[in-house]
Structure formats: C-alpha cells, structure tokens
Design a protein around this ligand. Structure first.
Ligand code: COI
Length: 377
C-alpha cells in the first residue's frame, strides 16, 4: 500500500493481490454518517463503496475494482434471474479496543464460498482475492465500522451468474460483488427470541443444497419464516426431511442447546449431515467452549428430547449462533400443537458468557490465541 491518503490511491495491494481503487470524490461528513449509523439494526444501511470483479470462463477473474456503492445493471436474460445460480457469504469487521479494525475469520468464509460454488457448478474464487477485497473495502470505508461493543461492519460477498442465455446449464460468466453494512442486533427485540417448529415444509434434503450458502435455500425458507411471524415467532426451526423429527437449523443461523448433567456442561448441536450450513460461529464455539471448561457434542436431537429435557431442566438453555445472530437465547418454542419455555423464558448464563467471551475476542479485549483476527491495514 502507498502511504498517501485512501482517496488518492490508485491500488490497494496486499499479499500480491491488487485491487483497483476508484472511490467517490467526496464522502459523507462525520455528522451525516453518524446520523445514518444511529441504531443501525441489521442490513438496512450500506457504506459508500463496493468491490466488483467479473469472471469469464476464457479469461478467469478480472482485477477487482473498488467503486461507489450503487445499483447493478443486468441483462434480463442473465441466468441468475431464471435458474438461480447465486451464492453469498457474511462476516464482520470489528472495532478493536486499541483503535484498529479487524476482520473475524474471513478465510473460513472464502473457503465456504468455494464449497458453495462447487455445489452450484460455479467457478471458485481465489481466497486471496476474496480476503483482499474485504480488506480493501473495510480499509476504504473504515469510518463506517461502529465503535460500540456488539456492533460491527457486516461484510456481504456474493457471486451470481450473468450469462444472457436461456439454456439450462451453468453460466460461463459471473459477477462477484462485495459490500458492507454497519450492523447492530439481528433481532429487533434484542435479548431473546421465539421460534416456530416447521412441520409443513422442509428446508433441505439429503443430496440437496442445504450445506451451501445458496440464495435458493433462503428463498425456500421464507414460507416457514412467514408462518413463524404469523404465529408470534421470530425464526423458524427446520426439521429433517425424512422423519420431520430431528433439529436441523434456523435458515440463517445454527441452533445450540446447553445440556447440564451432574454439574457438567455440554453444548449440543445437530451434526453436519450435508443438510445444515457449517456455521463459522458454530465452529468458533466448538473451540472456545474448551477454553471455558465445557464439552461440545454434535449429534442428532429430536424435538421430543428437546421438549422433555427443556422441561426437566437437563437442557437448561437453547440459543441461536451465527454471524448475524452472534449468540441469541431462545425464549419460547412453538408449533401447531405445542409450546414450551426455555429457561423460564429468560436468557441463561451460558449463552451470555459465550457471547461475552466471543465478543471479547472479536473486539480484541482478550488475546486472540486462535489467529482468528485479520487486521485491516
Ligand atoms: C449470517 O449470519 O451471515 C447469515 O448468513 C444470516 C443472514 C442470512 C442474515
């Protein structure tokens, strides 16, 4: 990187990866930006720049360009609009206690993006292009990273098929876009939320796309989400496709339960069978639970077991974990014929401790012994 101011640089160079910089001539003033960023919620406001790179099967990925955030132009025959080849990712940049900014585990998202790409017959994207694009954007729009604990700059990379062709086959051209959104709590009510057990629909089946961060999975989940909202809930809990008995995930986040047996604490989450997204927060919890002296178990969990052990107290807590959700306790579970409270409807101490510990790592309050933080130059 050159040492002239960000708006004057022609390129951002990191680890041999070059991003062309074409930023806005004039950005929002501090007071205008602070006004926009008050109570950001989730995914409603966007920073002033984005990064784009195009793929062509004959020439590969073009040099990424950082440019002003704005609408895209798309041919009406672009195959994403018809056949849905579209995948995305989500990760966050956190303001650090020492005044720097760091991305949390972006390489894991780059790897998962490529797993999704493989499932959707899309090209892989070089990991260093993906991570450097995020670094360049966050560096350019660093004043949009919230400084409040628990808030962050959510980075959203996506890739979709652009070839104008109506034959049903993989596109030969793709668009990669990476943009960012200052974010607070995913759940508007903040502290905890209610979930709806979907008995009418399924999200994913064996051999399907459930493990990919594929736009179609989210589109297919919306009818369940609508039922959840219509029944006073905030999220839908998906069950397995074969027997409609076992917990899977919640569309945009994984589920985790706290099993307490003879004072021994074990975090329990559904195992990855190919129908569930392999969450990066989920995998981070698997590691930090050891730091906190707790066990972690991946296994099948039936709705009946969830209910019985929530009532007996053996499952003392249940919570959502995900990049957007962070760790958010579940208050109540509802279905067409049933309902039960989790921990008498109150957030439990384990979820609160895990959230605090994770945020301490993410904000650089405690040592990042895992090498999860990537500092923004
Ligand atoms: C994330 O946590 O990054 C997600 O993908 C959730 C999103 C679909 C809102």
């Amino acid at each position: 990187m050159s040492d002239i101011g960000p708006s004057m640089r022609a390129h951002f160079v990191k680890d041999g990866m070059k991003i062309e910089l074409k930023p806005l001539g004039e950005v929002l003033s501090k007071s205008e930006r602070e006004k926009v960023m008050t109570n950001p919620g989730f995914g409603k406001i966007f920073t002033e720049h984005m990064i784009m790179s195009q793929y062509d099967s004959s020439s590969g990925w073009s040099t990424p360009v950082l440019q002003p955030y704005g609408p895209l132009s798309l041919d009406p025959a672009a195959s994403v609009l018809h056949y849905g080849q579209s995948i995305f990712e989500g990760f966050k940049a956190y303001y650090q206690q020492n005044g720097t900014i760091a991305l949390f585990r972006p390489l894991e998202n780059a790897k998962r993006m490529n797993q999704s790409a493989a499932r959707l017959a899309m090209p892989s994207i070089p990991e260093d292009l993906f991570v450097s694009a995020a670094q360049a954007l966050v560096s350019q729009d660093r004043s949009w990273v919230p400084q409040i604990r628990g808030e962050s700059l959510y980075v959203r990379p996506l890739m979709f098929a652009t070839e104008a062709a109506l034959g049903v086959r993989p596109s030969s051209t793709y668009q990669f876009v990476l943009f960012a959104s200052p974010s607070g709590s995913y759940f508007p009510k903040g502290k905890s939320f209610n979930v709806w057990l979907s008995e009418d629909y399924i999200r994913a089946a064996p051999g399907g796309t459930g493990a990919a961060k594929f736009a179609g999975n989210y589109g297919a989940s919306l009818i369940g989400q609508k039922q959840a909202i219509d029944n006073g809930c905030d999220q839908v809990v998906w069950l397995d496709a074969n027997e409609h008995q076992y917990l899977e995930e919640m569309s945009g986040m994984n589920i985790c339960l706290v099993e307490t047996n003879n004072n021994k604490i074990c975090l329990v989450t559904p195992n990855l069978t190919g129908t569930i997204l392999s969450g990066i927060t989920r995998s981070s919890l698997m590691q930090i639970s050891k730091d906190l002296g707790w066990d972690f178990s991946e296994r099948t969990i039936s709705v009946q077991e969830w209910k019985d052990k929530s009532i007996s107290g053996e499952f003392s807590e249940s919570f959502a974990c995900g990049t957007a959700a962070v760790i958010t306790p579940i208050r109540e579970v509802k279905s067409k014929s049933d309902s039960w409270l989790i921990n008498q409807g109150e957030p439990g101490p384990i979820a609160v401790r895990l959230r605090d510990y994770l945020l301490d790592i993410q904000h650089g309050v405690i040592q990042d012994s895992y090498g999860w933080l990537h500092l923004i130059p």
